[in-house]
Write a protein that binds this ligand. Structure first.
Ligand SMILES: Nc1ncnc2c1ncn2[C@@H]1O[C@H](COP(=O)(O)OP(=O)(O)O)[C@@H](O)[C@H]1O
Ligand SMILES: [Mg+2]
Length: 639
């Protein structure tokens, strides 16, 4: 995923106007919402607004001063030798002062805008991140990671450009164009009419080129997307590429995409790049015609020299903000479209939680009654507030029951059907079955990443829907097949299981998980920094860290989903020893390929196509000589 900042197109005339057109759905609503983030900057925004007005007026006024300068101080002095220049100098100084005022105003506005835009973006990013963390897992089933990433990168970038530069430029361009137009009209209606004709011609040319170019820009955008996607894929799959000697092929495939990009980019820029010289030359032609006709008007006494001097200056400064404005306008539109996508994520229905039963630390008082405790006792209880506001505690035991559970991810195909199973406190329950049978789905339901369609899950006799999700998940620890490690030290990564754990607790947990041995051989031991999702560790070592993480969490219920699949059998046996004493009296769900590791489970549940087809102890299932027997003996034939 690239998070490189794309070059800003703000203020680059023409370019954006030719690019892909994106339209926001509701400009007013989106702008309103963006401005709701700038509430604390109201004062600054007002100052900025007036500063831009000052800047735009200074430009127009400064130019206007050419007229009296020429008419009153230059023309009368022509051919005279002995003249008093003091008035002329005062006039020049005044002009300089006006321009200086404009410069100060725009510097102030831009400087203030930096604070406003960065502050606003800070808040928007914060909201976006918070919303992202509240998204239900379901959201990720039909949205890619890249999509979500580009909310944080491209869309936020475009929005920043719009707020920091676009708004000022747009206001300035608008004000300048309108005021120059009015002044020009006052100076000379005839010349202004002429200019309008020229302007119409220019607009036609922009339109003509724009139409040709836009298609290429869209093509270029698509080609770029495909090329980047391909690069990303190949970088990620470098190992596979190398091992299957796919280098030459991938180079050829890359080249094809590269060529498509070159062609469309060439098309796009041929037109875009000729636009600027054409426009430039047209404005020179415009200038020349205006000067010629203006000169004639002066000769015939219809205009004075000062007017034509100022007017010509305006001609030059008129077309620039105009072409700029159309570019900025499109950039603003696409930034608004991006803002709408950001707000769509923020508005996404968060993962709901209507549970009211919480998990608390507990202890037994002298009378043998369970009571809530303020410190970590190693004993937990479910706390339920009754109608009379009295707290009712049920000890957490780790009794889990699925009762006639049905579930489907898509609302059409049942992934789990008629699931009935129970795990008594302290039991180790194994789920076995072929890939896709629904084993992981069972654990997804227990953690409430997804909710059942039918049936119920009872946890210590409580329907898990009534338990607060955070607390439910606190009581479970999961070790998955692929471990996610964060950038940080080994110590921090293990501590992720329980942030309050001290260093000694982390080390004890690592010993239990049998990870201590390899950690002590790392260059900086527990302080070794793990990078890029643990790329500097082996798959098995990463799993050991994940198990240590679960051990430090010290949960009443543990879910091991193929957690030891990359660990050698000897280490696995050692882990089991370590975990056995940790898990004493706790409930464990084990999903494992290697059936040798589930032999000692209290119950083995065999799933097939989302249904339980066999259950019982290892010996019972073997005696049955059915599916489990096949799986088990099959494995031994293989090894
Ligand atoms: N997020 C998901 N969205 C849609 N279908 C899914 C999702 N996760 C798993 N499935 C489907 O559900 C079925 C069971 O998957 P799973 O429980 O992961 O099997 P396994 O027994 O291998 O752990 C499979 O057919 C799988 O394709
Ligand atoms: Mg699975």
């Amino acid at each position: 995923m690239s998070n490189d900042k794309k070059p800003t197109n703000m203020g680059r005339p023409g370019m954006h106007a030719l690019g892909k057109k994106e339209k926001p759905r509701d400009i007013k609503k989106t702008l309103k919402r963006i401005f709701s983030y700038t509430n604390e900057y109201k004062f600054r925004l007002t100052v900025i607004f007036f500063a831009v007005i000052v800047y735009a007026s200074a430009g127009v006024a400064g130019t206007y001063m050419l007229k009296p300068l020429i008419n009153n101080y230059i023309v009368p002095f022509i051919g005279k030798s002995d003249t008093d220049l003091s008035g002329f100098i005062t006039m020049l100084l005044l002009m300089a002062a006006v321009y200086l005022l404009g410069v100060i105003a725009i510097l102030t506005a831009t400087r203030l805008m930096v604070g406003v835009s960065t502050g606003t973006l800070l808040k928007i990013r914060l909201d976006l991140f918070a919303a992202m963390e509240k998204l239900p897992l379901k959201y990720h089933d039909n949205h890619t990671q890249g999509e979500l990433m580009s909310r944080f990168t491209n869309d936020v970038d475009a929005l920043r450009d719009m707020i920091s530069q676009g708004i000022i430029q747009l206001i300035n361009a608008g004000l300048t164009v309108i005021s120059i137009f009015i002044v020009m009209l006052v100076l000379s209606p005839v010349l202004t009419a002429l200019m309008l004709v020229m302007l119409l011609i220019m607009i036609q040319i922009i339109k003509f080129i724009g139409k040709r170019s836009r298609n290429y820009f869209v093509k270029q955008q698509n080609a770029l997307g495909k090329l980047n996607g391909y690069i990303e894929e190949i970088i990620e799959g470098q190992k596979v590429v190398k091992v299957f000697c796919y280098e030459q092929n991938s180079k050829e495939s890359f080249n094809e995409r590269n060529e498509v990009l070159r062609k469309s980019a060439a098309g796009a820029y041929t037109f875009a790049n000729i636009l600027m010289p054409i426009m430039g030359n047209l404005s020179y032609i415009n200038f020349a015609i205006t000067a010629a006709i203006g000169g004639m008007l002066v000769v015939f006494g219809r205009l004075d020299i000062g007017t034509i001097g100022a007017y010509l200056q305006y001609t030059r400064s008129f077309s620039q903000p105009l072409t700029q404005a159309s570019g900025i306008f499109n950039a603003v539109l696409s930034a608004l479209a991006g803002a709408e996508r950001i707000f769509a994520v923020i508005d996404e229905e968060p993962e709901t939680d209507d549970g009211d039963i919480t998990l608390v630390n507990a202890e037994f008082d002298e009378a043998g009654q369970i009571t809530e405790s303020s410190c970590r006792t190693g004993l937990w209880a479910w706390k339920q507030i009754k109608e009379n506001n009295e707290a009712f505690l049920t000890p957490l035991r780790g009794d889990v029951r699925f009762i006639d559970a049905y579930f489907s991810y898509d609302g059409e195909h049942n992934v789990l059907k008629n699931i009935d199973l129970y795990a008594k406190p302290g039991q180790k329950i194994a789920l076995v079955g072929s890939t896709g049978a629904g084993k992981t789905t069972i654990t997804n339901l227990l953690t409430r990443f997804y909710d059942l369609d039918q049936g119920k899950i009872l946890y210590d006799g409580i329907n898990i829907k009534r338990i607060k999700k955070d607390d439910l998940r606190h009581s479970l620890a999961m070790v998955l097949q692929d471990t996610h490690l964060f950038t940080g030290t080994v110590m921090e990564n293990i501590r992720y299981g329980r942030l309050s754990a001290g260093d000694d607790e982390v080390i004890t947990a690592a010993r239990r998980a049998n990870a201590d041995f390899f950690i002590s051989h790392l260059p900086q031991g527990y302080q070794t920094v793990i990078t890029a999702d643990g790329a500097n560790l082996s798959q098995g070592q990463r799993q050991l860290l994940a198990i240590a993480r679960a051990a430090v969490a010290d949960p009443p219920v543990l879910i091991l989903d193929e957690a030891t699949s990359s660990i050698d059998t000897r280490t696995e046996a050692l882990i089991e020893q370590g975990m056995n004493d940790l898990m004493l009296g706790r409930t464990v769900f084990v999903i494992a390929h290697r059936l040798s590791t589930v032999r000692n489970a209290a119950a083995i549940i065999v799933l097939e196509n989302g249904q339980i087809i066999e259950r019982g102890s290892h010996n019972e299932l073997l005696a049955l000589q059915a599916r489990y027997y096949q799986l088990y003996t099959g494995m031994f034939e293989l090894t």
